[in-house]
Structures are given as structure tokens and as C-alpha cells.
Design a protein around this ligand. Structure first.
Ligand code: AMP
Ligand code: MN
Ligand code: MN
Ligand code: MN
Length: 293
């Protein structure tokens, strides 16, 4: 069986290693098929594609898109789309514009809390890529305002905390249509992380299917075994395809290492079940390559 990792991040968004380094690390971790899914941007894919060729990895175009559904922030992963699709790119640009003004507002809130320089600091850490709350978290760690990354979210950045800024991201319908129009598949990222009641989670799945969504993440680093089993059962019940991804952001966060989340329960249909990259073969140079059926 191949090792699939269909959710991870690079310096194109809030990951800490470059797209090429993600590919090299994935290869070292035994990943065969990888989707790089940076937040609201596909800028890392070109570099990742070159590196994938050198490392015998099949790269699936990916992105993780910010959605507001019933006043709740959701992440929708797009897989296997044409990255040149203008509708998709215009949509992602709109979200990046929201991120820009949100960063200004987060920095103002932090300033009001006596923390200076957050705007420049977060943007310096983002180094020209999208600005994420992760960059603010790293800035707060760097400045000694918090003891660690998680504490930055728990004290300042997560919903209900004083530097949280609510945003109207794209709608579920828009995002799924951008992905579908670009020939891709839409997947609900880490569904258990939203802490929805079962009733609300079912409502989300119904809405998602109605607008053309195809899959949910079943195996991922934020799901414990019970959550993984629950999402697998829901995937079967609603005839959604099951996806698997580490949500890797940086080395040394062991629970989210590349390639660690590939195993799906036997009764689900993997999202890759009809992808043309199912088996390894040996080419005439004696090197392992992935074949396309
Ligand atoms: P953003 O998309 O800019 O709002 O940032 C969201 C990113 O911050 C996520 O993709 C995670 O990497 C990280 N993140 C969000 N919430 C938390 C949290 N409660 N604890 C730790 N990291 C978080
Ligand atoms: Mn992230
Ligand atoms: Mn996410
Ligand atoms: Mn992610």
C-alpha cells in the first residue's frame, strides 16, 4: 500500500520549511503521494513539483481554504485541481486580501494590549508569504510574551481571546465550486477540530454534499482514535470519500509528522481510490517510480 499524506504546509503559508524541503522530508518519511495544502495560496506548488520529480514523490496539487459556515471558521482542502484556474485564483486572492487587513487589526489589538511591533514582526516572519495567526504566535514567542506557540493561541489569538479578529471568509458553496470548477475534489479538513455537536456536524455534511463536496479527513493528526472512527462511520453513512493527512507545519512536532496519518479504517472508500497513481513499479533505471494507469 502506498503512503498518502494529503495535508501539509510549507513557507508558502504558515509552515516553517520550504516546499522543496517538505518534499525531501516527505520522501525521507516514506511518503509516496503528497498534497501540499498551504492556506489560501498555491504559490508553493511549482517548487514542490520540481522537488517531487527529484524525489520520486507524486505531488497532488493542494490548498487549504478558509471558509465561514454558520459563523464558524472551517477549512476546506482542495485536491487535484488545475492551479491555473482563474476563478480559483481570484477566490484565493480575495481571501489573501482579507488576511492582509486582518493582520493589521490583530496587530492593533495586540498594541492595545501593550505589545508593540506585531505587524512588522509577523510580516517579517511571514517573509512575503501569506500572514497567518501562526506568524503572530511565533512573534509573541520570539518577544518572550508567551512561553510557547500554543500559549500564544490560548492567551491571545484563538476565538474568544483578546487579539482574535472575526472575519467573513468565503462561503462553503463558493469554495467548493472554485475547487470543482478547477477539476479538483473538496475535502473537509480535520472535522473533529471544530467541536460541532453531532447534529451540527451532520448539517455541515449535508450542506457540503449539496454544494458538491466529495470527502472528509478521517485520518489526521488532530483526530484521536474515537474521532477517527466516528468520521469514518459518517463518511460511509453520507457516501463521502475518506482522506488522510498529517497537517504537518514544522519538524519536531511529532504528532504531526509527514506520512504518519495514512492508515484509513477498512470500511471507508479512500479519496484516492480512482486516482491514477495506485502502485509502485520499477522503471528501466532500477529506480522506484509511481506509474499512472
Ligand atoms: P489563520 O488561518 O491565519 O487563522 O491561522 C490558522 C492556523 O493557526 C492554523 O492552520 C493552525 O496552524 C494554527 N492554529 C489555529 N488555531 C490554533 C490553536 N488553537 N492552537 C494552535 N494552533 C492553532
Ligand atoms: Mn496552519
Ligand atoms: Mn486547518
Ligand atoms: Mn492545515
Amino acid at each position: 500500500m502506498l503512503n498518502y499524506d494529503l495535508h501539509c504546509h510549507s513557507t508558502a503559508s504558515d509552515g516553517v520549511i520550504s516546499p522543496a524541503a517538505v518534499i525531501e522530508r516527505a520522501a525521507a518519511q516514506g511518503v509516496d503521494v503528497l498534497a501540499l495544502t498551504d492556506h489560501d495560496v498555491t504559490a508553493g506548488l511549482a517548487e514542490a513539483r520540481q522537488a517531487a520529480l527529484r524525489n520520486d514523490i507524486t505531488l497532488i496539487n493542494g490548498v487549504e481554504i478558509s471558509v465561514t459556515w454558520q459563523n464558524q471558521l472551517l477549512h476546506i482542502v482542495g485536491l487535484g485541481f488545475d492551479e491555473a484556474n482563474p476563478q480559483l485564483q481570484q477566490g484565493l486572492q480575495r481571501l489573501r486580501n482579507i488576511r492582509e487587513s486582518r493582520a493589521d487589526e490583530i496587530a492593533l489589538k495586540l498594541q492595545g494590549l501593550g505589545i508593540q511591533g506585531a505587524n512588522d514582526g509577523a510580516r517579517r516572519l511571514a517573509a512575503g508569504s501569506i500572514v497567518s495567526r501562526s506568524h503572530f504566535a511565533r512573534f509573541l514567542v520570539e518577544q518572550g510574551k508567551v512561553s510557547g506557540f500554543q500559549q500564544a493561541f490560548d492567551r491571545y489569538l484563538k476565538k474568544g481571546k483578546p487579539a482574535y479578529v472575526a472575519c467573513q471568509w468565503a462561503s462553503l458553496e463558493e469554495v467548493v465550486s472554485w475547487i470543482n470548477e478547477a477539476g479538483g475534489q473538496a475535502v473537509i479538513a480535520h472535522p473533529a477540530r471544530y467541536r460541532l455537536s453531532l447534529t451540527k456536524l451532520r448539517a455541515l455534511l449535508v450542506d457540503f454534499i449539496a454544494v458538491g463536496g466529495r470527502g472528509i479527513e478521517v485520518a489526521c493528526s488532530s483526530h484521536n482514535p474515537a474521532e477517527k472512527a466516528k468520521m469514518a462511520d459518517l463518511a460511509c453513512h453520507y457516501e463521502l470519500l475518506a482522506s488522510a493527512g498529517s497537517d504537518f507545519h514544522e519538524p519536531d512536532r511529532g504528532w504531526a509528522e509527514l506520512g504518519r496519518c495514512t492508515a484509513l479504517p477498512g470500511h471507508v472508500t479512500p479519496i484516492w481510490h480512482d486516482w491514477p497513481c495506485q502502485q509502485r513499479s520499477t522503471n528501466n533505471k532500477g529506480k522506484n517510480t509511481l506509474t499512472f494507469a
